[in-house]
Design a protein around this ligand. Sequence first.
Ligand SMILES: *Cc1c(COP(=O)(O)O)cnc(C)c1O
Length: 335
Amino acid sequence: SRTANPTRDALQTVIASLEGAANAYSFASGLAAEDALLRAVLRPGDRVILGNDAYGGTFRLLDKIYVQWGIDLVPVDLSDPEALRTAVAERAPRLIWVETPTNPLLTVVDIAAVAQAGHAAGAVVVVDNTFATPYLQRPLDWGADAVVHSTTKYFGGHSDVVGGAVAVNDPELAQQVAFQQNAAGAISSPFDAWLTLRGVKTLAVRVERPSENAQRIAERLHDHPRVRRVYYPGLPDHPGHDLAQRQMRRFGGMVSVGVQGGPTAARRFAEGTHIFTLAESLGGVESLIEYPWAMTHASVQGSSLEVPDDLVRLSVGIENADDLISDLLTALDRL
Ligand SMILES: *Cc1c(COP(=O)(O)O)cnc(C)c1O
């Protein structure tokens, strides 16, 4: 079953088909999938450009493990075309790692632009599509070489399974990832693959409803006196709104909120809701709230990826939107 397993094969076929990929490979976690892809592509001396707002664990994997093995890591604001052009021209990356929308600031990155710039320099362009899911966005269609997922999130969808996946088109890259899967062995177990397959059956409705709820929440909190800023690409004043409209079907279920009153107020807000559960992770049917600075993004403290300390991140679930909004407003009123 490390080499091949029928349940894992079924999951891999489904993920490849959703992403429009020739092949997909599933792993024991999102980070295991990332690790397999990085090992497949990188050699000592290579350079990686990473978006300067990214999942903390991805930064930790590169910064604390790969750098030790001779990889050079360069964080760049990939939503800035000039910064992208300069970095690619001057830094000769072997791999460019994109998140869009980013975690936790919901910045939107132009996948086609990064793919074009990266390919001109001979780089492999990877998109972590965990936040959007292939229901909202298909990076390979925009020219990316590989898609990675934490299937722990929207694919599984019920906060009861950990997993990851890599989807690719290029047969050579596929073979290298398949080799890593078998040789290093960080496979998804048959039971985890089965749970994930169950989750995927409802992926579309589990992304639609949170997208609807998140849009309403973002609009309601936008002018709230206790809110410094709402980060949500569905808001017309979001800098990536037009790009997101082209690149995505809808804007997704993730919303971040900068809270007036700084870190103390932000922590109290995150601890003050009842329907939103205070927890890491995301993409499940139930709404979650968290404080990235000390939770999901604690590993980027002190780096150029450090997140604002007044930020609260919401993973909006499928509950009734009015209930969710009143839960948030009550918690904000108590600050
Ligand atoms: C959670 C997450 C990961 C890591 O996935 P695990 O399944 O927890 O290992 C990677 N990227 C993003 C965007 C994530 O949210």
